[in-house]
Design a protein around this ligand. Structure first.
Ligand SMILES: *Cc1c(COP(=O)(O)O)cnc(C)c1O
Length: 479
C-alpha cells in the first residue's frame, strides 16, 4: 500500500503540516490537528509528588532484580548490562527518530542497523541477516519460515523438524506456528543427542534440525560436525538456537559448525535489560544461499548512503512493524564496539569459569547429573530431599529469603527436580561464594526443620503465587 502520511509539527510560529510518502502509515503515532485539541484542563486526580515517589520506590523495593541481587536464572543470561549503553541509547537523536522518516533523514539509524548485522554475522560465522524479530521466539519463527521457503523454492515439501528433548519450549512452539511437525530426539546419558535416534528419524521429510549448542544442559555437543553432515546429507538444514551464545562468544562460531540459520537474543547476550516481557530483539542470521528469503525491509548500503528496500522477491515478508526494537540494537552495537572481539572472548571465558566454579561448590551439596566441566550454565538435581517432602521449588523460594533470586527450576524437563544455574561473567567470586553459602545453609535447614523451607518465603511481601494464572491472566493495572 502506498499512502501519504501527514505529519504535524508544532513550533513557536504555530503548527506546520507536511506530507511524507511511505509504504505504510502508523496513524496512531501522529499528532491530532489543532481543532481537535482540548481547551479546558483534563480533570486529573491530585496527588503530591512525594506520595507518588514513595509509592513507586516502595513497590520497586519489593522486587528482586539484577541491580539488587545475584540472578542465576539459567538459560536467561541475567547479567550486568552496562548503564553507559542505556545512556547512549537514550540519546534524543535516536529516541526521537520517527519510524516514518525518509531514509535520508535517518542515515545514522540505518547505518547502525547495517553495521550491527555485519558485526553479528562476523561473530557467528553467518553471512547476513535481519534484526526485525522482536524476541528469540520470533527469530525462530522467522528462521523456520525461511527454511520452509527455501525448500519450497526447490519444489520440496518437508513437513518435519527434529528437536532434542532438552530444547527450550519455544522451539517446538515455533515449529507448530509455522505448520511443521516436531519430532523429538532423545538425549543420551552424556546429555548429547542420541545419534542412533537421530539417524533413524532423519529422512526426506526433515526440513531442519533445531539445536542449542551449548545445550540447555550447559553441555557442548562434541558430535556437532557429524550431526551437521548427517542432516545435510538428507537435504535438511541446521537451525541454531543462539540463546546460549554467551558461552562461546569469539571462541566458536555456529556458522563454522555447519549451521545454516540461527537467531540471537540481543536481550540476553548483548546488553539489554530484560525480564517482564520485553523489550527484546531476536535477529535472524543466515548463510549466503538463504539471504533472499530474509524478512523485510532490507537495509542496503549504496555509494551515497543507506536505503531501506521493500522489494518482496522471495522474502518471507514482514515480521515486525517498522524496523523492530531499535533501542535494543543500539545497546548491542555499543556493547560490541566497546568490548571489541577480545572483550567478547573474555565474556565467554569468564562465564564458563564462573559456572564451573559455582558447580564445584554446589556439587558438595546436591547431585550433579553430568560429570566433567560445563559451559556457561549447569544442571543440579534436588531430588535427595523428596523424603523430607522438600522439592526444588521450595529451595528456590527459600533462596529469596537469603536475598538471592533463584536459578531456573524444572527446566530442562528431562531432569527430575532440577535447577539450571547460570551465574554469568559479571559476578565476582565473593558473590558466588555467598550464594553457595546460602545454598549450604538451606540444605542444613532441610535436615533441621524442613517445614521452614517448605513454607518459604518468609521475608517477601508476597508468598507463593499462582504462577500459571499470573502468566495466563496477568493483571497489569493497579487495583
Ligand atoms: C530464552 C530462550 C529462547 C526464547 O527466546 P525469547 O527471547 O525469550 O523469545 C529460546 N531458546 C532458549 C534456549 C532460550 O534460553
Amino acid at each position: 500500500m502506498n499512502s501519504a502520511v501527514t505529519i504535524f509539527e508544532k513550533s513557536q510560529e504555530g503548527q506546520k503540516a507536511y506530507s511524507l510518502p511511505y509504504p505504510e502509515a502508523a496513524f496512531s503515532a501522529l499528532l491530532p490537528p489543532v481543532e481537535l485539541e482540548r481547551e479546558e484542563e483534563l480533570p486529573l486526580p491530585q496527588i503530591a509528588e512525594i506520595d507518588i515517589i514513595r509509592h513507586y520506590s516502595t513497590l520497586s523495593r519489593n522486587n528482586l532484580g539484577i541491580d539488587t541481587t545475584f540472578y542465576p536464572l539459567g538459560s536467561c543470561t541475567m547479567k550486568l548490562n552496562p548503564k553507559a549503553n542505556d545512556e547512549a541509547a537514550s540519546n534524543p537523536g535516536f529516541v526521537k527518530a520517527h519510524p516514518l522518516s525518509d531514509d535520508i533523514q535517518v542515515q545514522g539509524c540505518l547505518r547502525i542497523i547495517y553495521e550491527l548485522i555485519e558485526d553479528l554475522s562476523a561473530i557467528t560465522g553467518m553471512h547476513g541477516g535481519s534484526l526485525a524479530p522482536a524476541a528469540g521466539a520470533q527469530g525462530e519463527f522467522a528462521g523456520l519460515k525461511i527454511i520452509e521457503a527455501y525448500h519450497r523454492s526447490r519444489g520440496e515439501r518437508r513437513p518435519e523438524v527434529l528437536i532434542p528433548d532438552s530444547a527450550h519450549g519455544t522451539n517446538p512452539a515455533s515449529a507448530a506456528l509455522v505448520g511443521l511437525k516436531t519430532i523429538p530426539i532423545r538425549s543420551g546419558v552424556d546429555g548429547d543427542l542420541d545419534m542412533e535416534m537421530l539417524k533413524e528419524k532423519l529422512s526426506s521429510n526433515t526440513a531442519a534440525l533445531m539445536l542449542t549448542n551449548p545445550s540447555t544442559l550447559g553441555l557442548f555437543s562434541k558430535n556437532i560436525l557429524q550431526i551437521s553432515s548427517l542432516v545435510h546429507d538428507k537435504g535438511g538444514l541446521l537451525y541454531y538456537d543462539g540463546a546460549n551464545l554467551n558461552a562461546i562468544l569469539n571462541v566458536a562460531r555456529p556458522g563454522d559448525m555447519g549451521f545454516d540459520v540461527m537467531h540471537l537474543n540481543l536481550h540476553k547476550t548483548f546488553s539489554t535489560p530484560h525480564g517482564g516481557g520485553g523489550p527484546g530483539s531476536g535477529p535472524v542470521l543466515v548463510k549466503d544461499f538463504l539471504k533472499e528469503f530474509l524478512p523485510l525491509p532490507r537495509v542496503i548500503k549504496e555509494k551515497d548512503g543507506f536505503r531501506r528496500d521493500f522489494t518482496e522477491g522471495q522474502s518471507i515478508g514482514r515480521v515486525a512493524s517498522f524496523q523492530g526494537n531499535f533501542g535494543v540494537y543500539l545497546r548491542a552495537y555499543l556493547y560490541i564496539k566497546l568490548l571489541g572481539m577480545k572483550g567478547l572472548r573474555h565474556v565467554a571465558e569468564n562465564a564458563v569459569l564462573n559456572a564451573n566454579y559455582l558447580k564445584t561448590l554446589l556439587a558438595k551439596e546436591v547431585n550433579v547429573p553430568f560429570q566433567g566441566p560445563c559451559m556457561h550454565e549447569f544442571v543440579i538435581q534436588c531430588d535427595s530431599f523428596l523424603e523430607e517432602g522438600v522439592r526444588a521449588l521450595d529451595i528456590a523460594k527459600r533462596l529469596l529469603d537469603y536475598g538471592f533470586y533463584s536459578p531456573t527450576v524444572y527446566f530442562p524437563l528431562i531432569i527430575k527436580e532440577c535447577m539450571l544455574v547460570e551465574p554469568t561473567e559479571t559476578e565476582s567470586k565473593r558473590t558466588l561464594d555467598a550464594f553457595a553459602a546460602a545454598f549450604t545453609r538451606i540444605i542444613e535447614e532441610i535436615r533441621e526443620d524442613p517445614d521452614l523451607v517448605k513454607s518459604a518465603p518468609h521475608k517477601m511481601s508476597v508468598k507463593r503465587l499462582d504462577e500459571v494464572q499470573a502468566a495466563r491472566q496477568p493483571v497489569l493495572t493497579a487495583l
